[in-house]
Write a protein that binds this ligand. Structure first.
Ligand code: DSN
Length: 485
């Protein structure tokens, strides 16, 4: 089997963490205890949250350093603070590794999160559009030279900027123009969904909506769509309507890095701007980054202070380490195993009678429709948690239970694949999930009306499953050999 778990020197890492925790405990022992407890919890849980993973000790240790103490606004070689030579080194390395890993002309590694990366991208698209040719007509050389009067005109113009993205219930993300996020205030938004029969993206419908809506930005990318997206087709649609294609690859960046998504399914050659997080399938530190075509580079590099706080040098250093790991041949094996495992999980669930949105998966996640078990997503998520299985509830297309209770549960394979799970373990996981859900029933509220949150699991099933889940994870230890005792 492919070696999917990053190798590390367990003796050295044990010494490092034991020492670090004892230094922390001298100041606030409760924090040291919580850090230790979190490792125990992570080790014990059957973690199926599609957006989570386990970074290597090298990535984690890189973040706990004095690089954190440096202000470094600006970009490599152009800082607003003195003494940034070491930050220049780590930011330069992270950007270089990102460019090489993804084959991108430009990389910006300062964003602190996916939301931040998207904001940088949106700003860059607006700036680029504003600068040419509107600014030329106004005789303004650069967006930074705008007068107050120019800004007033601009704000008026921005009121009409439009974004077309995937609807939330089809698997899109809040930052793609939805009201709870600033993108929903910056842009008039419209959505494209998926085919009601197949659950798959219908590119003709996207094209028709784009022709009608004429967006400035066509957003592609998802957090709960279990299929590949054809970015060549999305670019064709963007070009046809004069839109900029922004792809948010946060969820599947590891599959792009690991060359599982290539050709039309690799967003980097097709999109104008690509945004991402570094901590999901890519297995890096918690953070974001942006890749772009050269014409967006100048505006993207102005992310801080335009929309970002000062860069986090310790996290940029950890991104450099994670990207270096992802450039190793083993990472491609990991990425392929993530997908193979998702397929095994999907088949295991379907074979046992569960209904999956789109009928299966081509990426790292499976979206399970729990209404066939007579449950809401909230009830299913809680019952699974009682049984030691960590998932998150998620809306499904045209969800009658809305975004809070939902009718779905999202399951992902990146984290457990890092622990060394293969197809057999994911098939067993599918068995446990179906067993718990088929022994769970909704219960009524105190006044006797049906509840979307309350539930009961048949006697003994949660305990039995928790023991089975513990056995599965014990066979694939997290950070094997790392000993904090
Ligand atoms: N929170 C991430 C997820 O779980 O998909 C996306 O932002």
């Amino acid at each position: 089997m492919t070696d999917v778990t990053p190798a590390f020197d367990a003796t050295a890492a044990s010494t490092a963490y034991r020492s670090a925790l004892s230094v922390i405990a001298e100041v606030e022992p409760r924090v040291a205890d919580a850090i230790g407890a979190e490792l125990a919890d992570q080790r014990a849980s059957l973690k199926l949250i599609a957006s989570e993973n386990y970074a290597s000790p090298a990535v984690l240790l890189t973040m706990g350093t004095w690089l954190s103490d440096k202000y470094a606004e600006g970009t490599v070689g152009h800082r607003f603070y003195a003494g940034c030579q070491n930050v220049d080194t780590v930011e330069g390395l992270a950007a270089e590794h990102a460019r090489e890993l993804f084959g991108a002309p430009h990389a910006y590694v300062q964003p602190h999160s996916g939301i931040d990366a998207n904001l940088v991208a949106f700003w860059a698209v607006l700036a680029q559009r504003i600068e040419s040719p509107a600014l030329e007509r106004a005789g303004v050389r650069h967006v930074n030279d705008l007068t107050d009067e120019d800004w007033a005109t601009l704000r008026h113009a921005l009121g009409d900027q439009r974004m077309l993205g995937m609807s939330l219930d089809a698997g899109g993300h809040l930052t793609h123009g939805f009201r709870p996020n600033i993108s929903g205030k910056m842009f008039a938004q419209s959505s494209y969904g998926t085919d009601p029969e197949t659950g798959l993206l219908d590119y003709d419908a996207v094209r028709a909506r784009a022709r009608e809506f004429r967006p400035l930005i066509l957003m592609a990318g998802y957090s709960a769509y279990p299929r590949r997206v054809d970015f060549a087709k999305m670019r064709e649609i963007a070009d046809e309507v004069g839109a900029t294609l922004v792809v948010d690859m946060a969820h599947f960046a590891g599959l792009v890095a690991g060359k599982v998504f290539t050709g039309d399914f690799d967003p980097v050659p097709h999109a104008h701007v690509v945004t991402s997080t570094s901590h999901k399938s890519l297995r890096g530190p918690r953070g974001g980054f942006v890749l772009c075509q050269p014409e967006y580079a100048d505006a993207v590099d102005r992310g801080c202070p335009m929309v970002l706080g000062g860069p986090l040098p310790h996290v940029m250093a950890a991104k450099a380490v994670a990207f270096a790991e992802a450039r190793r041949p083993q990472f491609a094996g990991y990425a392929q195993t993530v997908v193979d495992n998702a397929v095994a999980l999907a088949e295991g669930l379907s074979r046992r009678g569960a209904r999956l949105v789109t009928g299966g998966t081509e990426n790292h996640l499976v979206l399970l429709d729990v209404s066939t078990f007579g449950l809401t997503g909230r009830q299913a998520e809680s019952a699974l948690l009682d049984a030691g299985i960590v998932t998150n509830r998620n809306a499904i297309p045209a969800d009658p239970n809305g975004a809070w209770y939902t009718s779905g549960v999202r399951l992902g394979t990146p984290a457990l694949t890092t622990r060394g799970f293969g197809a057999a373990e994911f098939d067993r996981t599918a068995e446990l999930v179906v067993d718990v859900l088929s022994h769970t029933s909704p219960t009524a509220t105190r006044d006797g009306s049906p509840s979307k949150a309350k539930y009961a699991v048949d006697g003994g099933v949660a305990d039995k499953t928790r023991a089975a889940a513990a056995e599965l994870v014990a066979a694939h230890p997290l950070y094997p050999g790392l000993d904090l005792a």
